[in-house]
Write a protein that binds this ligand. Structure first.
Ligand code: SF4
Length: 219
């Protein structure tokens, strides 16, 4: 079933190439910035940092959280992120960059095994990284085979009758790896396709007409 879902989504939406042009550090920030908000905000905020030549851990470390908040306060996105959350994100990004430098950067962190790296990410003081964000960082920055569980995935798989929808995060993540090869490219593309599907058709109010998963869906 999961293989068929992937094939049908891929046929409908094609290659997503998610974050393929990001450096590992940019992919980490993209995941951090998307937490509790939306990918469109994350993308726009990264562009802002790039515009101010601040897409580097050392530059972020030298910049005040107040200045970062000004840069991260992306125009045209107040409907998807509040001013309070922008301030929180600025502090998060700064804490993360400080931690990243202290750890020796990508070169040292990539030596850690997947479990140690995941636990390390989840326990960074003041960064507030949740499980979904840690998994995004593992998959997109460190190229580790982690299946991403987020609200979109839960909603789509629930509607397809695959899950109850309220299973714990780690249980679902593990469950997916029982039915899929632990393949970085597959997990990368699968998550991107599910995110695309959640925007195109399987929104909170589903738009089922012409849905590419219609034949598989009991809804
Ligand atoms: S048919 Fe409707 S509910 Fe089922 S996957 Fe498609 S959009 Fe979602």
């Amino acid at each position: 079933m999961l293989g068929k879902i992937f094939a049908d989504l891929y046929k409908a939406y094609g290659d997503q190439q998610w974050w393929s042009n990001y450096t590992p550090f940019e992919a980490m920030l993209a995941a951090l910035l998307a937490q509790q908000t939306h990918l469109s905000y994350s993308k726009a905020a990264l562009e802002q940092l790039k515009h101010h030549q601040a897409l580097h851990p050392k530059t972020i470390n030298k910049t005040t959280a107040t200045q970062l908040a000004i840069w991260l306060n992306v125009a045209n996105t107040p409907n998807i992120i509040s001013a309070e959350l922008v301030v929180k994100k600025a502090k998060q990004v700064k804490h993360y960059s400080q931690w990243y430098i202290k750890q020796g950067g990508f070169k040292e962190l990539k030596k850690l095994d997947i479990l140690t790296l995941r636990n390390t990410l989840l326990n960074i003081n003041d960064s507030g990284i949740d499980k979904e964000t840690a998994d995004l960082i593992l998959l997109y920055a460190f190229e580790r085979p982690v299946f991403i569980i987020d609200e979109d995935t839960r909603r789509i798989f629930y509607r397809l009758g695959l899950i109850n929808g309220d299973e714990p995060h780690d249980e679902l993540r593990h469950l997916m790896t029982l039915f899929l090869d632990e393949d970085v490219e597959l997990f990368n593309e699968f998550h991107a396709l599910l995110a695309h599907h959640a925007i195109e058709h399987c929104r909170e109010e589903p738009h089922c007409k012409n849905c590419p998963l219609d034949a598989l869906c009991p809804e």
